[in-house]
Design a protein. Structure first.
Length: 157
């Protein structure tokens, strides 16, 4: 048997048929708790806002204020928000929410990645790494909105 044939057979053995995939989807007893606006407004946005509000600095008339967490409790809260952000990527990949398996999938995975980056930054109590993760997160939001939201109101950090 030539190698290509063997590979083709192995691929066939590994792949599920479409009906098997449908069965798997039906077998997961999930119930979406709201539409996309709901997921964005009540799950993702507050967590992302909290991350952005915990990093960088703001310059006011009184001087520069550093926003990094200053206590164990604050770092834990940031870690919590980072996990919510990352896990929301999985919510966006669920059958009732996913819009396609192209850019939507990539950007949802990007959201998971940015959330995990923020989580490890918080884990390491590293304000610079948190700032980087916040920037990456912002780019993911903007990229997805650029493609899927008609009149994207900016979600400023
Ligand atoms: C995979 C795509 C995707 C990603 C990633 C994404 N969004 Fe969204 N977002 C949407 C879509 C689609 C809508 C429009 C929802 C609707 O009204 O149907 C939306 C709408 C919103 C809204 C408006 C909700 C409302 O009240 O109408 C906010 C706020 C928002 N997103 C925040 C964010 C933030 C913050 C991030 C990043 C941390 C983010 N989004 C990442 C797809 C995405």
């Amino acid at each position: 048997m030539n190698r290509l044939k063997l590979i083709a057979i192995l691929l066939l053995l590994g792949a599920c048929s479409p009906s098997e995939q449908a069965d798997q989807t039906q077998a997961i007893p999930f119930k979406a708790t709201g539409d996309m606006e709901h997921t964005m407004r009540w799950v993702l946005d507050p967590a992302a806002d909290h991350l952005w509000g915990s990093t960088g600095s703001i310059i006011t008339a009184e001087g520069t204020e550093e926003l990094a967490p200053t206590s164990e409790e604050e770092w834990l809260a940031v870690q919590h928000s980072a996990v919510v952000v990352a896990e929301t990527g999985n919510l966006l990949l669920m059958p009732s929410r996913a819009r396609d398996d192209g850019p939507w999938r990539d950007m949802s995975l990007g959201l998971i990645e940015a959330g995990l980056l923020a989580e490890s930054a918080a884990n390491a109590r590293d304000p610079d790494a948190l700032f980087e993760a916040g920037g990456q997160l912002y780019r993911v939001c903007k990229s997805c909105h650029a493609v899927y939201v008609q009149d994207d109101a900016p979600a400023p950090p």
